[in-house]
Every structure is written in structure tokens, then in C-alpha cells.
Write a protein of this length. Structure first.
Length: 341
């Protein structure tokens, strides 16, 4: 009987640890709804999903690196670079402040593919620094964020002329902003892109050797090495996929906002990492699911939009977000301690 009681108590403890962050965020949502019940509308749901779409892509990119046991502080800067380059190459013909006046009208896929490759290269370099030079992921990504921001600023200031890049090709903005009405609900292309990208990442993480190796490396690198896993190659592939995600999401973000500057993407890495932690990705590596990350992004976006919708001070919004991050990491630590015991 005592064993049954102890087992039941342990199961409840695990359940509370796993669900505490969701209960905490549910309380915040309930408070928001109590302040303004109009928050629960189809229009607001559509806005939240559209704003969350690109953040899902960024979070899935950095999520793989976190599962490896690392982190990436260069997310926002890569997003900004992708948005700026995409915007300069996809301005409409005849625009008075076109960055490249003689550039012909390009197919949308060409600039998008270009920025995805560029961001993948930066992420690969970062992956090499981490995997081969054994530099701590935090330091490597911090340095890379400065490098990418410098490159973006040089491009933006010297080529784009230091002015916000506007006059975007309608095809480009429609690539992200085009709407589809499903009854009274407005579905945007951004959401469709996010869903398709999520399915691809889910397949990689759950149905490929690369996905299995990613979890193995994050769970126990030495054990994975003994099992014959090529640590460096697999890490570089995950970093490259992250770069592709930043490039694709950054191109969409430029189209979503309708303009771009070198400051676009500032602090996006914090939102992406926070969404991963809230969604159950362990900062210690080896644990994380695509569905959890998506839920984490949606919860944070609901809270962010809800605070704005109800007129809460921006200063208080930072406090709430900070508390959520600290709470989520504290729970992750308690899970690890409980597992060790």
C-alpha cells in the first residue's frame, strides 16, 4: 500500500511539474479575458495566428539547436538580414526609391531561396565553431549575432541608403499576407507556410536518422559517439536547418511587415527560446517536441497580444514575459533534478 501511495505521489509530482507552466499561463489568459471578453473573437484569433506564424518557424529552427544542448542568440539578427535582403530584391518596378533600379522582376522563390542559403551558411559557420572548435554555444552565437548584424548594417546603410525599404512587390507581400476566408475566419498565407514548415520539421525530428541522432547527441554526446553517431556532421546539419528556418521566416517577416530595416528582428531570439522552453524543450538537451514548441509559441503570442489588446503598459509586458521565462526554466531544472533522483 505504501508503495502505491508513493507511486501515486510521484506521478502527481511529475504531472504538476509538467503542467505548472501551462496552468500559470492559463491564469494570465483568464485575467486578460476577464478584463475584456471581446478578446475571444475570431478576428483576434486570426491576428494571433498570423503574428505567431513566423515565430513558429524561428522557434522550430532554434529548437533543434537547443535539443542538441546548445542555444542560438543570432536568430533575430539572421531574421533581420533575411528580411532586408529579400526586401531590396523584391521591390516593385517603378518605385521611386528602388534599391536596384535596373534589377528585373524576380520570381519570389529566387530571393527567398537566396536568403535561406545565406542564413544557412552563417549558421553552418556557427556550428563549426561549436562542434569543431568546442566554443560554448552561448559565446559562439553571441559572436555570430554581432557579425550578422554588422553585415546587415553595412548592406543596409551603404546599399539600401539607411532608409526603411518599402514599395515592396505586391506578389511578395501577398506571399505572406494573402487572406482566405473560411466562414467568418480569416486565414493568411503566413499560417499555411508555418503549418507546412512544421510538418517538414516534425518529419525530420521523428522519422529520420538525423532526428534520432539529434536527440541522442543532446541526451548524451559521449554515448552517441560510442554508438557510431557522427557528432560533427549531424550537428552541422541541424545548424544548417536552423539557418534555413531563419532565412525563410525572415523573408516572410519582411513581407508581413511591408518594409524592412537593419533593426528588424531585434530580440526575436528571446521569444523563440522562451517559446521552446515553455513548450517543454529542455535547455539541457535531448528533450523537445515540435507540437510542444508550437503550443509554446501560441501561448506566448496569446499573452503578448492579450496584454496589448487590454491596454497593459509595455513595461509590464516585459515583466510578464521575464517571469514566464524564469518560471519555465525553473520547472525544467526541477524536472532534471527529479529525474536525477
Amino acid at each position: 500500500m505504501q508503495k502505491l501511495i508513493d507511486k501515486t505521489r510521484e506521478n502527481w509530482h511529475q504531472f504538476l511539474l509538467s503542467s505548472a507552466i501551462y496552468f500559470f499561463m492559463l491564469v494570465i489568459v483568464v485575467v486578460i479575458v476577464s478584463r475584456d471578453v471581446n478578446f475571444l473573437s475570431l478576428n483576434n484569433l486570426s491576428i494571433i495566428l498570423s503574428q505567431a506564424a513566423t515565430r513558429v518557424i524561428f522557434a522550430l529552427g532554434v529548437g533543434g539547436i537547443i535539443v542538441l544542448g546548445g542555444t542560438d542568440l543570432a536568430v533575430g539578427r539572421q531574421v533581420g538580414l533575411a528580411a532586408v535582403v529579400s526586401a531590396t530584391l523584391l521591390q516593385q518596378l517603378g518605385h521611386g526609391r528602388r534599391v536596384f533600379p535596373d534589377l528585373p522582376e524576380l520570381p519570389i522563390i529566387v530571393p527567398v531561396a537566396l536568403v535561406m542559403v545565406v542564413c544557412a551558411i552563417f549558421s553552418l559557420i556557427q556550428g563549426i565553431v561549436v562542434s569543431k572548435l568546442k566554443v560554448a554555444p552561448f559565446i559562439a552565437s553571441l559572436g555570430m549575432s554581432l557579425v550578422v548584424y554588422g553585415v546587415n548594417s553595412l548592406y543596409f546603410n551603404q546599399i539600401a541608403g539607411s532608409s526603411p525599404i518599402g514599395g515592396l512587390d505586391p506578389r511578395y507581400t501577398a506571399f505572406a499576407q494573402r487572406n482566405f476566408m473560411i466562414g467568418d475566419f480569416r486565414l493568411t498565407m503566413l499560417v499555411i507556410h508555418a503549418v507546412l514548415f512544421s510538418l517538414i520539421i516534425w518529419f525530420i525530428w521523428n522519422k529520420t536518422v538525423l532526428g534520432r541522432n539529434m536527440y541522442a547527441i543532446g541526451g548524451n554526446t559521449e554515448a552517441a559517439k560510442v554508438s557510431g553517431v557522427n557528432i560533427i556532421r549531424n550537428m552541422l546539419l541541424i545548424y544548417a536547418i536552423a539557418g534555413l528556418a531563419y532565412g525563410f521566416g525572415g523573408a516572410l517577416e519582411g513581407a508581413r511587415t511591408g518594409s524592412a530595416t537593419n533593426t528588424l528582428g531585434t530580440a526575436y531570439e528571446l521569444d523563440a527560446i522562451a517559446a521552446c522552453v515553455v513548450g517543454g524543450v529542455s535547455m539541457r538537451g535531448g528533450v523537445g517536441r515540435v507540437g510542444g514548441i508550437i503550443v509554446g509559441v501560441l501561448l506566448l503570442q496569446i499573452i503578448n497580444y492579450g496584454l496589448v489588446f487590454t491596454g497593459v503598459s509595455p513595461d509590464l509586458q516585459f515583466i510578464v514575459k521575464g517571469v514566464v521565462i524564469i518560471f519555465a526554466v525553473a520547472i525544467d531544472t526541477q524536472k532534471y533534478v527529479a529525474k536525477q533522483n
